[in-house]
Design a protein around this ligand. Structure first.
Ligand code: ATP
Length: 309
């Protein structure tokens, strides 16, 4: 192999976690998904996927979720991303994949989606398939509702089941403390609990609404305006399945967060800070509160999946 071919022998891509600053859950659709109106914000917690030439597919995993929680076979979204891209491009799915996870698994931070997005980019480069942004986005949507956003990054309004994206402007970085619980929550179980709660209270309408307040706050409001506009319709269901989360949310408010909410399907608690220094102080207080397994500081928006030089 010539020197010019060298860089494609090892390709690394990284992709960010997300928090949903607005997550309105509409009715259950006939395809089993819920209609959503969500505003995703990509935050500075990244997983990386490295792809090397291989004979067939192989996968190793290090970091968060390694050693059991996250599968290293076809159950892993990275594996499925590889098969899907290979099928789309008409190439053999040959690659040795290594995933390094900093994003906690089953935490409501879209870690699996980030890995799938990074894998699509890395393999597109390794195999020279040149799928193009539009094709990659279509493949991403087949892998999962959050995967297109993991490719896109930044801030975006997600409709449909969250896979149809339009960009949202954010004029400044937002600073967060992410409190990660010891045990993950499965996304389908949280939606099932929401359906159960709604069936038990059929008089309460399901209003999707338009996230005007959160979009306006992202475009230039003070942190207090974003704090007042945060919404997560899955929060009550996550709290019902994991009552200890109430204490975690209270700990974040008591520690001085502008606001705290469950991230996506949880159980991560996302606490909004006033600025970067406040986030560090807030994280130190929350780390000492004894309610989280890990406490991380993150800011966003950050770009979506990218190749790493
Ligand atoms: P979301 O916010 O998109 O609902 P999540 O952050 O709650 O997702 P993930 O970390 O994406 O959850 O993973 C949920 C489950 O998906 C895991 O428990 C695991 O069984 C499976 N999974 C498959 N591939 C991966 C991966 N690469 N990383 C993490 N989990 C994966």
């Amino acid at each position: 192999m010539s020197l010019a071919d060298g860089p494609d022998d090892v390709v690394t891509a990284r992709a960010p976690a997300k928090v949903n600053v607005h997550l309105a859950v509409g009715p259950l659709r006939s395809d089993g998904f819920h209609e959503l109106q969500t505003v995703f914000l990509a935050v500075s917690l990244f997983d990386t996927v490295t792809a090397r030439p291989g004979d067939g597919l192989s996968l190793t995993l290090a970091g968060e979720g390694a050693g059991g929680e996250v599968p290293v076979d076809r159950g892993n979204l990275v594996w499925r991303a590889a098969e899907l891209l290979a099928e789309h491009a008409g190439v053999r799915p040959d690659a040795a994949l290594a995933v390094e996870k900093s994003i906690p698994a089953a935490a409501g931070l879209a870690g699996g989606s980030a890995d799938a997005a990074a894998a699509l980019l890395a393999l597109d480069a390794l195999w020279g398939t040149r799928a193009g942004r539009e094709d990659l986005t279509a493949l991403a949507a087949r892998l999962g509702s959050d995967v297109p956003f993991s490719l896109h990054g930044g801030v975006a309004l997600g409709t449909g089941r969250g896979e149809m994206l339009s960009p949202v402007l954010a004029r400044r970085p937002w600073h967060w403390v992410l409190g990660v619980a010891a045990e993950g929550l499965s996304t389908p179980s949280v939606y099932a609990e929401l359906d159960r709660q709604r069936a038990a209270a059929p008089d309460q309408g399901i209003a999707l609404g338009v996230p005007d307040a959160v979009v306006a706050a992202l475009q230039g409001g003070p942190a207090s305006a974003l704090a007042a506009a945060l919404r997560n319709d899955l929060q009550a269901a996550a709290l019902s399945l994991r009552p200890a989360l109430r204490r975690a949310l209270r700990a974040a408010s008591d520690a001085g967060a502008q606001a705290a909410l469950v991230s996506g399907s949880g159980p991560t608690v996302a606490a909004l800070a006033s600025d970067g220094d406040h986030a560090i102080r807030l994280a130190a207080t929350l780390a000492g509160a004894g309610v989280f397994r890990t406490v991380r500081v993150a800011h966003g928006p950050v770009p979506g999946a990218r190749l790493v030089a």
